[in-house]
Design a protein around this ligand. Structure first.
Ligand SMILES: [Zn+2]
Length: 86
């Protein structure tokens, strides 16, 4: 096998590996979001004890009390919200 052919094969293998890692990371993200969603759908408002409902405000996903007592955001959503606010 010629040297450049070997390089190409190496690159190809690297691409395949990279694609597999990306897929794994995507799958893991989906599972984490799903877990968070499940956990939050069982979270209740501290004031009225109603279940929080998912709500998107300015593109930021949050879980809010249906009566408006408050909302819960995860840290990354809060960062996005604060950045938008500036
Ligand atoms: Zn409430």
């Amino acid at each position: 096998m010629a040297a450049d052919e070997k390089d190409r094969l190496g690159n190809k293998l690297h691409d395949v590996e990279k694609a597999r890692e990306d897929q794994w990371a995507r799958q893991r993200d989906i599972e984490l979001i799903e877990k968070l969603r499940t956990r939050l759908s069982q979270t209740t408002c501290r004031d009225c004890k109603q279940f929080l409902v998912p709500k998107t405000e300015h593109g930021v996903l949050m879980y809010a009390c249906p009566d408006g007592h408050g909302a819960w955001l995860d840290a990354s959503a809060l960062k996005v919200a604060l950045k938008e606010h500036k």
